[in-house]
Design a protein around this ligand. Sequence first.
Ligand code: NAP
Length: 475
Amino acid sequence: MTTDHALPFGNERLTTGQWIEVRSPYDDSLIARVPKCDEQHVQRAVAFATAVRDAGPLPPYQRAEILDRAATALSNRIEEFARIIAAEAAKPIRTARVEAQRAVSTFQFSAVAARTLAGEVVPMDASAAGAGKIAFTLRIPIGVVGAITPFNFPLNLVVHKLAPAIAAGCPVVVKPASQTPVSTIRLVEMLIDECGLPAGHINVVTGGGGTVGNAIVEHPDVALITFTGSPEVGWDIRAKAARKKVGLELGNNAPVIIEPSGDWETAAAKISVAGFSHAGQSCISTQRIFVHETIATDFTDALVDNVKNLVVGDPMDESTDVSALISTGERDRVHTWVDEARAQGARVACGGEIGDDGVLRPTVLTNVDDDMKVCALEVFGPVVAVMTYTDFDDALRRANTTRYGLQAAVFTTHIADAMKAAQTLDFGGVLINEVPTFRADQQPYGGLRDSGNTREGPKYTVEEMTDARLIIMNA
Ligand code: NAP
């Protein structure tokens, strides 16, 4: 049965008289309807948030208590949220449960961040000018936060913005992706109805990025934009919001290098998950695989065997590993890139076609050149590209040859090569003997170049969402 959702919005539950249909990316069935907002609704939502800001923040212990209650409430409702994620994003239900469980952890670490939020002592006596004075900093909430989120982690990436904002003492206006708004609405309802978050602290607006999202970006009373999504939209926001703080978490074409000394069988097993989880629609999906030529055949055979065993189908089915891409347009784009690579000389070792169910099959390409789209750009689909190398330094150079810089990985048992990789790979995170698709929610997570300009993870996000106020005291 289809549900119409009203939006948590100030003291209200808002409907606008116009609706956006949320449809299953897998079978196009109607899942829900959410209000279609416009710029006027953003103005009102920011006014609610501004009133909360002006009333002054809750004390940190109360913020932490709300976040603790949120962790408990969500852990009691994993299945409910997993089913929402699976329905609106076509994320296979087992993977959706992992996302919901991770969101609990994000709340828990945000509670810790609220309890430990503190400035620093400044050693004034270290200079003659400061002698006799005592100085320290306070962490002050930056003000109203505008949060704009993508479709691929419709719960946990929203929690990565809302929970640190609660910890920092900042009210929020949040705009979820139009394909996946239900997770956000239900989450904010839970925070207000069950966890003691006062109304007005988080206000949800749903509607198009170019209208509602842009109105948040351009609103003068929004102090900080936290955005996760594509580089094109992200850098455009950065340019439009010159006087705001703007945190961008963007795309990637994550590389992994597999040395002959490394455990390539484990690498093949892990990559068959890491390249295809949520059909490759993760910003750190393993995409570019550089394998040493001496183990290339064995590694590729093992990888292809694993990938052929992935179960493709309905996201609600317990056995499904890979389901539909977010839209038929995205599916057709990825399929075209595969066909283009094939025409340019790549070999399709498995997959490459769209099944009768309309789902693009998990695809392993070999004989790929670095400048083919499937290597040079972010595929954001169920496709990995295998390339061979002879010289480790050359593999490092090729891994670094990208406009992106989120996470990269190396499998090796040679400590010198691991250290060289750590020092050479120009990414926000370098993983040794792990796939680049790994993320724990407390780590500083973020990228360089077209992968963004910030680090997320509750402790780091709270720093971004607070300003340091210097207090100097004279005797
Ligand atoms: P997207 O198209 O950039 O959309 C992201 C959000 O921005 C959506 O809420 C969208 O609204 C909104 N938006 C679109 N145009 C806007 C505008 N002009 N002004 C303000 N907001 C606007 O990205 P996506 O397709 O949802 O997500 C895929 C991308 O996100 C990939 O590149 C992926 O790598 C990246 N990503 C990065 C991370 C990370 O942590 N680094 C994590 C996940 C995903 P509508 O939905 O209404 O269009």
